[in-house]
Design a binder for this molecule. Structure first.
Ligand code: HEC
Length: 169
């Protein structure tokens, strides 16, 4: 490509075209794992996600006020929720097991182990550990969305793990 170094317009144009190109380039690669689910099962998962986000907000609020018992209760609720929620029928449970990639299920599993650690930290009334596990849980939300829902969360598409780790570490 030929352009004069002094031409601000050319530089600006190239920058605009360049960013448009990279956005277009990301779209076909971006995944949404839950598209493989039937609409009712996917709706249930989305509903669980919304409940999860609200519970995280309540945990955060209780944590910064030293309300350990609330942190423990909310974290326990999180631990018992989501994909393994009781509302799932046996058929839906099987659908989730087969339609979603194994890595999704392990990410869910890993997330739930973190919520159990948060329960323990809250029982011990250890503010430092509560914050640590809350951070790790947030990192797990981001990680799963980035890998399995980047088609919906365009702001996460193309973000590297390293970048994400650097933010919270
Ligand atoms: C194991 C993977 C996984 C983990 C862990 C995870 N999510 Fe999600 N989340 C998803 C997927 C996939 C979607 C997109 C669902 C869809 O649109 O079908 C989603 C969607 C959402 C949504 C949008 C719901 C809507 O209204 O459509 C919110 C909010 C959300 N997640 C919050 C969270 C929070 C907060 C955490 C962590 C505390 C979290 N998620 C952890 C996979 C995950």
């Amino acid at each position: 490509m030929e352009w004069k170094g002094s031409s601000v317009m050319a530089v600006a144009l190239i920058a605009i075209l360049g960013s448009a190109n990279s956005l277009l380039a990301q779209a076909p690669d971006a995944t949404l794992a839950t598209e493989a689910l039937s609409p009712p099962t996917r709706a249930l998962l989305v509903q669980e996600m919304q409940a999860l986000a609200e519970a995280m907000g309540r945990v955060h609020r209780a944590m910064v006020m030293g309300e350990h018992r609330t942190v423990a209760t909310e974290a326990k609720g999180i631990h018992e929720s989501f994909v393994l929620a009781q509302e799932l029928s046996e058929t839906q449970r099987q659908e989730i097991q087969t339609a979603l990639p194994p890595a999704f299920l392990s990410a869910d599993q890993a997330f739930h182990e973190l919520s159990a650690k948060l329960v323990d930290a809250a029982i011990q009334e250890d503010v430092r550990l509560e914050r640590l596990w809350f951070d790790e849980m947030t990192r797990a939300c981001l990680g799963c969305h980035q890998t399995f829902a980047a088609k919906r969360f365009l702001g996460l598409a193309g973000a590297s793990d390293r970048k994400q780790g650097a933010e919270s570490g």
